[in-house]
Design a protein. Structure first.
Length: 293
């Protein structure tokens, strides 16, 4: 038991979003997600983090614009607890090197994400996109893979083209939880996990399940697969806030992951809830610096 004022490892939410909502810029927020058609800003998230005992976060892009990436970096500069930003950059642009170097002036710029789930499989093969992605490793940047389960084979081929690049898989590749389908997602997850440069976020699962009637037991087989494939040293907790709120409030999702990981060793729990994120994104945080709360 951690006593008052005793140090404990930092807890990190490795995946959350901020936005100032407009219909034109966030058209992907469809009718089933109508409840999140509003602004979500740091002052909205901070009380939820305090309640859940989460110390820091990684803010991830929610629209494909440099303007948003720069705005997220401004927020991170204003709030110490936003420890890193995964932004969007035009990887397919001939001028991407200059853009990346400019963004790297911020020490909290940690990685890049392009919304591959919205692209055809052919996009994964594009020479210009791959040329841009190939520039990330030399700058110490990470790449977040956002795909749905049917795109996992294309994602595996993408990873194999970049053996020196570190990748983070978002939302366990969005399996078909609502349909109760495990295959071929399970086989493809196991195959992807054979690549040691890939880590995986336990995030975004409740919105792939029945939004209003999901249970922890419904999610368990999918978390089992992620744990078996990647192991506790390559799994990161993420909330996907505020997207998760269409199916669960912040604390409920934290409780689901805590209950599941309670079966693991104390160190493994600490790794999933923070230590892994700190190393996966090279966050400038001391893993053991938090006060007990």
């Amino acid at each position: 038991m951690i006593m008052a004022h005793e140090k404990r490892p930092l807890r990190v939410d490795a995946h959350q979003h901020f936005w100032q909502y407009s219909k034109d810029e966030y058209g992907w927020i469809d009718e089933p997600m109508a409840s999140i058609r509003r602004d979500f800003l740091p002052d909205d998230l901070r009380p939820l983090l305090d309640e859940a005992g989460i110390d820091a976060t990684v803010a991830v892009q929610a629209r494909q614009s440099l303007e948003e990436t720069e705005w997220l970096l401004e927020l991170a500069a204003e709030h110490d607890w936003i420890a890193g930003v995964v932004g969007w950059v035009p990887l397919a642009s001939a001028d991407v090197q200059r853009t990346l170097e400019q963004l790297c002036r911020s020490p909290k710029f940690k990685g890049v994400r392009h919304v591959l789930q919205a692209e055809p499989d052919e996009y994964f093969e594009r020479a210009d996109f791959n040329a841009g992605l190939a520039k990330l490793a030399k700058l110490g940047l990470f790449y977040d893979i956002l795909v749905v389960e049917r795109q996992l084979p294309a994602a595996i081929r993408l990873v194999d083209r970049h053996p020196d690049q570190t990748f983070v898989l978002d939302h366990v590749a969005k399996p078909r939880i609502a349909d109760g389908e495990l295959e071929p997602w399970r086989a493809n997850m196991r195959e992807l996990a054979r690549r040691p440069q890939v880590t995986c976020k336990i995030s975004g699962m409740v919105t792939e399940a029945d939004l209003h009637h999901w249970t922890g037991e419904q999610l368990r087989p999918y978390i089992d697969v992620a744990l078996e494939a990647f192991g506790p040293r390559r799994l990161l907790f993420g909330s996907d806030w505020p997207v998760c709120t269409v199916a669960a409030n912040y604390q409920r999702w934290v409780n689901v992951v805590r209950e599941y990981t309670s079966e693991l060793s104390v160190y493994e729990q600490q790794a999933i809830f923070g230590i892994n994120a700190i190393y996966a994104y090279n966050l400038k945080l001391d893993p053991g610096e938090a006060e007990n709360s």
